[in-house]
Ligand binder design. Structure first.
Ligand code: ZN
Ligand code: ZN
Length: 242
């Protein structure tokens, strides 16, 4: 933690808010305006489920925090012009949205680099969205963008391979319960499996023999997983009787 914390940003954020991530701008970011002095990083398509959504990214170096600004749903015909318009007017034309997706406290060291902030954003998208076609370059070039994506993909592949080599009891249980466990790639012992009778997935930490579903707020070990499956099966049976 930085020792210089007597600035105004500190009061707005708890001291442990080293990095604040709002990957899809859900935290009341509407009507935010891009600060003057911000710089355009790059524009690219983000794949969300079945759609490519054009986005533009900007960086703003504040007094105490470095921010990655994200514009979601920009005009895809001329992304460079769209980015320039946002820089001039401080906001994109509706229905595009603009807000701070990543905010990183600056320690004693230098400002966070654009690629560092992009990396945080891409990691936070894993499992929900993925950067794809490069559309326009500013501070970040197409080569840098593709190199970053390649590095993150390699890391995921390595993680998945390690996880696959280290199956534990909870992974075996998930397979026996037909929840299709598969390495998620986010860590060397991270797996994902289907949350029983839902359309979403739950997370598994193999080393600790634990699962957790953020949507359902359910978690535990192999026994709790079995109990969740039984509970959902009973619920389904009751439903079909009525
Ligand atoms: Zn803030
Ligand atoms: Zn669930």
């Amino acid at each position: 933690m930085s020792s210089t914390r007597q600035d105004s940003t500190r009061r707005k954020h708890p001291p442990d808010d080293e990095v604040i991530v709002d990957p899809w701008l859900n935290r009341g970011c509407r009507d935010q305006r891009l600060p003057r002095g911000s710089e355009f990083l790059c524009a690219f398509d983000c794949w969300v489920i079945i759609d490519a959504v054009p986005v533009a990214t900007f960086v703003h170096a504040g007094q105490t925090r470095d921010e990655l600004w994200l514009a979601i749903g920009i005009d895809h015909i001329d992304p460079l012009a769209a980015a320039a318009e946002i820089m001039i007017h401080g906001a994109p034309p509706p229905p595009a949205q603009l807000g701070v997706a990543v905010s990183k406290a600056r320690r004693a060291g230098p400002e966070a680099t654009p690629l560092e902030l992009l990396e945080i954003l891409f990691r936070s998208w894993v499992g929900h969205g993925a950067p794809s076609d490069f559309l326009a370059s500013g501070l970040v070039s197409g080569d840098e963008y593709h190199a970053l994506i390649a590095r993150l993909e390699q890391e995921r592949a390595d993680n998945a391979e390690r996880a696959a080599r280290n199956e534990t009891e909870i992974v075996v249980a998930a397979r026996e319960l037909r929840l299709n466990p598969r390495p998620s790639g986010t860590g060397g012992d991270h797996w994902r499996a289907n949350c029983p009778r839902t359309k979403h997935s739950l997370e598994i930490q193999a080393r600790n023999n634990l699962f957790f579903c953020g949507y359902c707020s359910r978690g535990g070990g192999p026994e709790e997983l079995q109990a969740l499956v039984d509970h959902r099966a009973a619920w389904k049976a009751r439903q079909s009787r009525s």
